[in-house]
Design a protein around this ligand. Structure first.
Ligand code: ADP
Ligand code: MG
Length: 698
C-alpha cells in the first residue's frame, strides 16, 4: 500500500471520482444537488449511475446495495448484483439511474412502531446524494433514506436531514438580520469521539453474556482495575497498535477522517476520534466506523465491544458529540468574532443554544436513552442524567453583566450594549476543561457528552438541530418585525439569560450536591432511566415543536416512542434470560461441584485424621452453600419478575415494570454470584473473570 494520501478515499465515489468520470454538465448538476439540495433529473441520475457502476466494477465490485439506517440503530443492506443476462447467454453489468435513486426493500422485518401495517410490507429507500457512495467488500453502497409507502420515515437519516434543513432555514434568517446576504447555507458539523473496549476473541467466546447481550452480567471486581490511572493515554500495546493501524487504513480508504486514538481510563478501553464534518456525513461515517471496528477486530483475533457498560465497576464507553454550526463559506457561528456585530451575532446564537437546551432538556435526554446508556449516566463516570451547560467563567461573567446591565469586569470595564460596544475579545483557552458537564462549550463548539458508545449519533443531532432551530425561529420572528434592531436584540439576549440561566452550571456535575440543587432549586429534569424519559417524547410541547418544524410527523413520533421502549424492554429481557440461563447451566453447578469436592476432601481428611477440624473446608462449604441458597431464591424472583411482564397493559407500563422489578432483581441476583466467584477455585469457575478479560490483549 502506498502513502496515506495515495489511498485516502480510494473506495469512495467522491468529488474527485465524479469529476474524473462525469461530463462537465452532469458534474455541475450533481454538485448543485449536493451543495444546494436541487432536485436531480433522471437523465443526470442515469449518467451518474453509469459512471458509478464503471468506477465500482473497476474497483472489484459485483453488487450494489441501498445502505440505510433503520430504527434498530444499526445499518441495513440488501445486495443486488449488477449482472443482467444478454441474449447470447453471457451477462453484462448494468446499473440504471432508477436503481440508483430508489429501492424497494421488503420493509416488514424492520421496526415501524405501527407505522406500516404488515400487509403493507413495502418500504422504499431513496438516494441521499449528499453522502458519497462507497465500496465495502465487493459491494457498492449507496447511502439512502428509508420510508414507508405512506411516506413516513422509518429510519434515522430522514429526520436528520430534515433537522439540518430547518436549522439552515432559521439560521439564515438570523444571518440576514445581521446583514449577511452572502451565506447560502448554514450547516451543522459534528466530530464524534468514539470509545470502545478491545478484548480477545478467546475470552469473548467463553462468556454467553457478552455474546448475547454485549455486556457481562456477572463478574467480581478484579484486584487491579482502573484505580492506578495508568491506562489513560498510556503506551499502546502491540496487539492494540496493530489493530489501530489496520483500522485507520480501512477507515481512510473509505474517506473517513480518523485522526486521534488513545487509551482510555479503563483497562482495555480506547478511543478513536475523526476530524469533524457535516452532520449527515459524520453520522454515516460513525455508523461505518463502528461496523469496521468490529470487522477489523475479528481479523486480529479480537472483539470490539461497543456496549456502554461491558463491565460493572469499570468505566463505561460513551461518545462525545462535538457540534457546531457554520456557513457555507466556513464561518463558524459559535466562534466569537472581531467586530461588535459579529460578537452580538455570536451571543445570539449562544443564547439560542442555551434556550434550546433548557426548553428541551427532555428531548436531549431522550435522544441518548437506551438500556445500555442508563448504566453510565449519573454513575460518576459520565455526566449525570440531569442536563446542564458548561460555559466557563468568562462567558458566564459576560452573560451576567448583560443580564444585570452592569459593567463587565473582565479586560475592558465597559458596560455591554450589544452591537455598539465591542464585546471583550475572549480567549478561547480560558474555557477550561470540565469533564463532568453533559453539554460543554469548548471555545468554538459544544461537546454533548451524554451519548452512549453504541448510539447512532443521528438522534442526538436531530434533537439538537431542531431545538436550536426553534429558538432561532422565535428570535427571527421577533427581530424581523422590530424597528429598532439593536434594542430588540439586547432585550432578547437579556431575556434569554434571565429565563434560562438555571441551565448553566460550571461546577462538578458528578457531585451529589449538584443533583440536589439542580432538581430542588433549579427545577431541572432528572430522568434516570429510559422508562422515565421516553414517554415525554410525546409531551405536547415536544410534539408541537418537532411537528411544526416538519422534522417528524406526529405518527412518526409515536412510532419512535414505541420502538425505543420496545428496544429497552427487549434488551433487558434478553439480559435477564441470559442471567437465568447462566445461573442454571453454569454458575450454580460450578459452585455446587466445588463445594461438594471440598466436603469430600474434608471427609477424606477426617477419615485419615479423625481429630482434625477441617475448618477451612467446613467454613467455605458453609459460605458457598448459603450463597447457593440465596442464588436459588433470587433466580426464582427474577424469573417471576420476567413472567410478571406479561401483565403489562402497554409498552410504557412494561418499561416501568422492567425498571422497577426486573432490573433490581438482576442486580440482586448478581451479588451472591459475584461473591461466590471470589470464593471458588479458578479451575471450577465456568468462565473467564474480569481480570482475565480486561488484561487479555497483549
Ligand atoms: P478533545 O480534547 O475533547 O479530545 P478535540 O479538540 O481533540 O477535543 O476535538 C474533539 C473532536 O471535536 C474532534 O472530532 C474534532 O474534529 C471535533 N471538532 C473540532 N472543532 C469542531 C467544530 N468546529 N465543530 C464540530 N466538531 C469539531
Ligand atoms: Mg472530548
Amino acid at each position: 500500500m502506498g502513502t496515506v494520501s495515495d489511498y485516502f478515499g480510494s473506495l469512495v465515489f467522491d468529488d474527485r471520482a465524479m469529476r474524473a468520470s462525469l461530463s462537465a454538465d452532469v458534474y455541475d448538476s450533481m454538485r448543485k444537488t449536493i451543495d444546494e439540495g436541487r432536485e436531480l433529473d433522471i437523465s443526470v441520475a442515469n449518467a451518474v449511475a453509469q459512471a458509478m457502476k464503471v468506477w465500482a466494477v473497476a474497483h472489484g465490485a459485483t453488487h450494489f446495495t441501498h445502505w440505510f439506517q433503520p430504527l434498530t440503530g444499526i445499518t441495513a443492506e440488501k445486495h443486488d448484483s449488477f449482472i443482467t443476462p444478454s441474449p447470447d447467454g453471457s451477462v453484462i453489468m448494468e446499473f440504471s439511474g432508477k436503481e440508483l435513486i430508489k429501492g424497494e426493500p421488503d420493509a416488514s422485518s424492520f421496526p415501524s412502531g405501527g407505522l406500516r401495517a404488515t400487509f403493507e410490507a413495502r418500504g422504499y429507500t431513496a438516494w441521499d446524494p449528499t453522502s458519497y457512495a462507497f465500496i465495502k467488500g465487493k459491494t457498492l453502497c449507496i447511502p439512502t433514506a428509508f420510508c414507508s409507502y405512506g411516506g413516513h420515515a422509518l429510519d434515522k437519516k430522514t429526520p436528520l436531514l430534515r433537522s439540518m434543513e430547518v436549522l439552515n432555514k432559521q439560521a439564515l434568517r438570523i444571518l440576514r438580520l445581521f446583514g449577511n446576504d452572502a451565506a447560502k447555507r448554514v450547516v451543522s458539523s459534528v466530530g464524534p469521539e468514539q470509545e470502545y473496549f478491545l478484548i480477545t476473541k478467546e475470552m469473548y467466546e467463553q462468556r454467553p453474556d457478552l455474546r448475547f447481550t454485549g455486556r457481562t452480567l456477572f463478574g467480581a471486581k478484579p484486584p487491579k482495575g482502573q484505580e492506578m490511572d495508568d491506562h489513560y493515554f498510556g503506551v499502546i500495546k502491540p496487539g492494540v497498535a496493530a489493530y489501530m493501524e489496520e483500522l485507520n487504513e480501512e477507515l481512510w480508504k473509505l474517506g473517513i477522517l480518523a485522526k486521534t486514538e488513545h487509551n482510555e481510563v479503563a483497562p482495555a478501553q480506547h478511543e478513536l476520534a475523526p476530524i469533524y464534518t457535516t452532520t449527515n456525513i459524520a453520522t454515516d461515517h460513525n455508523q461505518l466506523t463502528m461496523e469496521i471496528m468490529q470487522k477489523v477486530a475479528a481479523k486480529h483475533g479480537l472483539v470490539c465491544l461497543l456496549h456502554e457498560k461491558p463491565f460493572a465497576g469499570v468505566n463505561g464507553s460513551g461518545k462525545h458529540n462535538n457540534w457546531s454550526i457554520a456557513t457555507d463559506s466556513g464561518q463558524n457561528l459559535l466562534s466569537p468574532g472581531d467586530t461588535p456585530y459579529e460578537n452580538a451575532q455570536f451571543l445570539l446564537f449562544l443564547c439560542a443554544i442555551i434556550k434550546a437546551v433548557d426548553d428541551y432538556q427532555d428531548l436531549l435526554r431522550i435522544s441518548v436513552a437506551t438500556a445500555g446508556n442508563d448504566h453510565r449516566l449519573g454513575a460518576n463516570e459520565a455526566p449525570p442524567a440531569v442536563i446542564s451547560i458548561f460555559l466557563g467563567d468568562e462567558l458566564t461573567a459576560i452573560l451576567d453583566a448583560i443580564e444585570t446591565d452592569t459593567p463587565y469586569m473582565g479586560t475592558a470595564k465597559t458596560q455591554m450594549k450589544l452591537g455598539v460596544d465591542v464585546l471583550p475579545k475572549f480567549n478561547r483557552d480560558t474555557t477550561d476543561r470540565n469533564r463532568t458537564s453533559p453539554f460543554a462549550f469548548t471555545g468554538n463548539k459544544f461537546e454533548f457528552r451524554m451519548l452512549g458508545s453504541s448510539n447512532s449519533i443521528a438522534c442526538a443531532n436531530i434533537m439538537l438541530n431542531s431545538a436550536v432551530a426553534e429558538s432561532l425561529r422565535e428570535y427571527a420572528d421577533c427581530l424581523e418585525k422590530t424597528e429598532d434592531f439593536e434594542t430588540a436584540l439586547h432585550e432578547m439576549i437579556k431575556e434569554t439569560i434571565k429565563d434560562h440561566k438555571r441551565i448553566i452550571f460550571n461546577g462538578n456535575g458528578y457531585d451529589d450536591a449538584w443533583i440536589k440543587e439542580a432538581t430542588e432549586e433549579r427545577g431541572l429534569l432528572n430522568y434516570r432511566t429510559t422508562a422515565d424519559c421516553m414517554p415525554h417524547l410525546l409531551d405536547e410541547k415536544n410534539v408541537k415543536m418537532l411537528t411544526s418544524l416538519g422534522v417528524f410527523t406526529a405518527d412518526e413520533l409515536r412510532s419512535r416512542h414505541d420502538i425505543m421502549l420496545e428496544n429497552y424492554c427487549k434488551s433487558v429481557v434478553i439480559e435477564a434470560n441470559t442471567m437465568i440461563n447462566m445461573v442454571h447451566k453454569r454458575v450454580a453447578p460450578a459452585i455446587v461441584r466445588f463445594a461438594a469436592d471440598l466436603a469430600k476432601q474434608a471427609s477424606e481428611k477426617r477419615a485419615f485424621l479423625p481429630e482434625i477440624s477441617c475448618s477451612y473446608e467446613t467454613d467455605l462449604v458453609t459460605r458457598l452453600t448459603s450463597l447457593t441458597n440465596s442464588i436459588t431464591e433470587r433466580t426464582e424472583e427474577l424469573e417471576k419478575a420476567v413472567m410478571g411482564l406479561s401483565d403489562a397493559e402497554d409498552i410504557v407500563s412494561e418499561a416501568e415494570l422492567i425498571r422497577d422489578t426486573v432490573l433490581p432483581k438482576m442486580s440482586e441476583l448478581r451479588i451472591p454470584c459475584d461473591c461466590a466467584e471470589l470464593l471458588t477455585a479458578k479451575s471450577y469457575w465456568p468462565f473467564p473473570t474480569y481480570g482475565d478479560i480486561l488484561f487479555s490483549v497483549k
